[in-house]
Design a protein. Structure first.
Length: 191
């Protein structure tokens, strides 16, 4: 059973899906938010999971100091895998290297299409017929690591960024736990 920490910044619906999934490959033991009062923190507490707030603002421009504090807390709890779930900070090479192969993210596009933000808008503007979400390992280049799994939906006439986001979310909630469990099973027993 791999010990997972989930990093969030917001409402945490993917976190909830990771908590609810019935599987025996991983256990979420810690949730860290960089945003005090993030809705996802309450979801974690309700599930009896330890929560921490590490506010990036406390560190000013020193991104690495922010990440060192996160890394220290992860180390103290013998975390095996870090799962980003709506975590809105770009991580520096320090953190990405420290967790290489053990750091995973969900992104709302069919990578390698549309790394970065406004993915639904960009898929619509491009006239794409398909859109989706990707779970991938995190590397230094943003949204570029090895793909662990994807979920696809058809873009319908009349779709807007909002309808796409709404239809994609349940697919994300199905995809992320499956990919996290697959990663957990593929890793050696201890880091
Ligand atoms: C999701 O759309 C995810 O793909 C993206 O951020 C959003 C997080 O939503 N990375 P939630 O906080 O899990 O509800």
């Amino acid at each position: 059973m791999k010990r997972v920490a989930v990093l969030i910044s917001g409402r945490g619906t993917n976190l909830q899906a990771l908590i609810d999934a019935k599987q025996d490959a991983y256990k979420i033991v810690l949730v860290i938010s960089n945003v005090p009062g993030a809705e996802g923190l309450e979801k974690a507490r309700r599930a009896g999971i330890e929560t921490l707030v590490i506010d990036h603002k406390r560190f000013g421009k020193d991104r690495e100091a922010f990440e060192r504090e996160i890394d220290t807390e992860l180390g103290a709890r013998a975390i095996d895998i870090v799962a980003l779930a709506g975590f809105m900070r770009v991580l520096t090479p320090f953190f990405v290297r420290a967790w290489a192969g053990h750091l995973v993210n969900i992104h709302p596009s069919l990578l390698p299409k549309y790394p970065g933000t406004k993915t639904h808008e960009r898929a619509l503007e491009a006239g794409d017929r398909e859109h989706g979400a990707t779970v991938h390992l995190v590397v230094e280049e943003v949204d570029a690591g090895e793909i662990l799994g994807q979920a696809t939906l058809q873009i319908e006439p009349g779709d807007t960024p909002e309808t796409l986001a709404q239809r994609l979310l349940p697919l994300e909630h199905d995809l992320y736990p499956r990919c996290l469990a697959k990663l957990a099973r593929s890793l050696p027993e201890s880091r």
